[in-house]
Design a protein around this ligand. Structure first.
Ligand code: GLN
Length: 469
């Protein structure tokens, strides 16, 4: 069956009765099985998705269907869905079945979306290539010798392979936007606190944010509208009402960071494309100006100090007693803790726990953790100030296109993947990566736009104006 690529196209065809939700869901499941070699899905929810599809078809027939009726959605393997397994791509949670549903997932289901499966990711969302999954790497559907990015690599790949309309991911330092850039799709990280984190397996709680990846902004916006809004189950979710964008047609003020474009690691092809976009936006009448990026070299170190500190605390509960894998050979309590964690966690997660424990330890707390908290505050202030002067701040999403599997083995080089994306997480502002070009090597890459905190829908509206779909 020739199924529509985007949800908004499918919605029109469902309304005319040309296709059924059941047919859409079945086609997606079949296609996912055909592409099993890419290792995108850790599990397809065949039974529950087909049952939901039948239910939605009945609702469409009697006019009671919700706004996402017929949307075929994949969820990252760190989002809980009652009665379904969730593992954060870790041996630690192998076989764990969630007794409850994440608020974001529940809202999608309530809006009549069909969730077809859970996507592979880096273990506990730590990584930039999806190579840190305990269940094997994901191949980029556009070139299987390359990575799809990470940590929401399976999410981005599920779109690039045409397996669903919308993929739900999480973004702590760039995990929605970087894979979106590598796979040629749109990826949106909302303002921190805009979407409830209840039911998201925590990595770094003051950074984590759930968001949609989609083929275009329209679909991303539809999913965002359903998931956004306050939630009594997450006391960091914002009480502010979701703000409607103010319609505007006048010129936009867009700032871009010279340091990003001139970064030594910046690929020449991406740089040339970025400069061409700057030129085009100016010709279209927008004000596009280079701005300074104070403390840019501190972004990545600050993120890795604070996120590992939070991770070491969040992952403390996985000890084989309260949660997670329990060593079969351990004798006594101490050994149970030690061996369960040794066996259950992969090398990158262990590295982060060690780093986080170190920066929080009595002798080093002031020099690392407390200092990084101060730097974070300054980064946030600088970022928000720039976003008061400009409607949008624009950067390339990543300095390179998707790299070959196994190409980056040094953790510090891998951490530098996050160079342009972590700013939005440090500052808590909304940011989107849009697929804006194809490199000479045939791979896609994205442009990132950031806006003021809580101007999420405004950001999407402006993004559509700057990069018509
Ligand atoms: N690449 C970053 C990291 O490994 C971002 C991860 C994320 O956003 N979940 O921490």
């Amino acid at each position: 069956m020739n199924t529509p690529r985007t949800f908004h196209e499918a919605k029109a065809r469902l309304a005319s009765g040309a296709i059924s939700v059941k047919a859409l869901a079945q086609a997606a499941l079949d296609r996912a099985k055909e592409h099993s070699r890419l290792n995108i899905f850790l599990e397809l929810f065949e039974e529950s998705s087909l049952a939901k599809a039948a239910e939605v078809d009945a609702k469409l027939a009697n006019g009671t269907a919700g706004p996402l009726a017929g949307a075929i959605i994949s969820i990252k393997d760190n989002l809980c869905y009652a009665g379904h397994r969730v593992s954060a791509s870790s041996k630690m949670l192998e076989g764990y079945e969630s007794p409850f549903t994440a608020t974001a997932v529940q809202r999608l289901l309530d809006a009549d979306a069909v969730i077809i499966g859970r996507t592979n990711c880096d273990e506990f969302a730590m990584g930039s290539s999806n190579e840190n999954s305990a269940y094997g790497a994901v191949a980029n559907p556009l070139d299987p010798s390359r990575v799809p990015g990470g940590s929401s690599g399976g999410a981005a790949a599920s779109l690039a392979a045409g397996l669903c309309h919308i993929a739900i991911g999480s973004d702590t330092g760039g995990s929605i936007r970087q894979p979106a850039s590598f796979c040629g799709v749109a990826g949106f990280k909302p303002t921190y606190g805009r979407i409830s984190r209840y039911g998201l397996i925590a990595f770094a709680s003051s950074f984590d944010q759930i968001g949609p990846l989609a083929h275009d902004i329209t679909d991303a916006e539809m999913a965002y509208r359903i998931m956004a809004g306050t939630d009594p189950l997450d006391n960091t979710s914002s009480q502010r009402p979701v703000e409607e964008p103010s319609p505007g047609s006048g010129p936009l003020r867009i700032g871009y960071y010279r340091q990003c474009v001139e970064h030594p690691g910046m690929d020449a092809g991406i740089k040339a494309h970025f400069e061409a976009h700057v030129g085009r936006l100016k010709e279209e009448g927008h004000v596009v100006e280079p701005i300074d990026l104070p403390m840019a070299d501190l972004f990545v170190p600050t993120y890795y100090i604070l996120s590992t500190a939070e991770a070491s605390s969040n992952l403390g509960r996985f000890d084989g007693i309260r949660y997670g894998h329990r060593s079969k050979t351990a004798k006594g309590v101490d050994e149970t803790y030690r061996l369960s964690r040794t066996e259950g966690f992969g090398p990158e997660v262990k590295r982060r726990i060690l780093l986080g424990t170190f920066v929080l330890s009595v002798g080093h707390y002031d020099a690392y953790y407390a200092q990084a908290m101060r730097v974070r505050r300054m980064v946030r202030d600088n970022t928000v100030r720039a976003l008061e002067l400009y409607d949008l701040v624009m950067t390339p999403t990543c300095p390179t296109t998707a790299f070959q599997k196994g190409h980056i083995s040094d953790p510090v080089s891998m951490y530098l993947q996050d160079i342009f994306t972590v700013q939005a997480n440090l500052a808590g502002v909304p940011a989107i990566s849009l697929p804006t070009g194809t490199h000479g090597n045939g791979m896609p890459f994205g442009t990132q736009l950031m806006a003021k905190p809580f101007a999420d829908l405004q950001l999407l509206a402006m993004a559509k104006r700057c990069f018509p779909q």
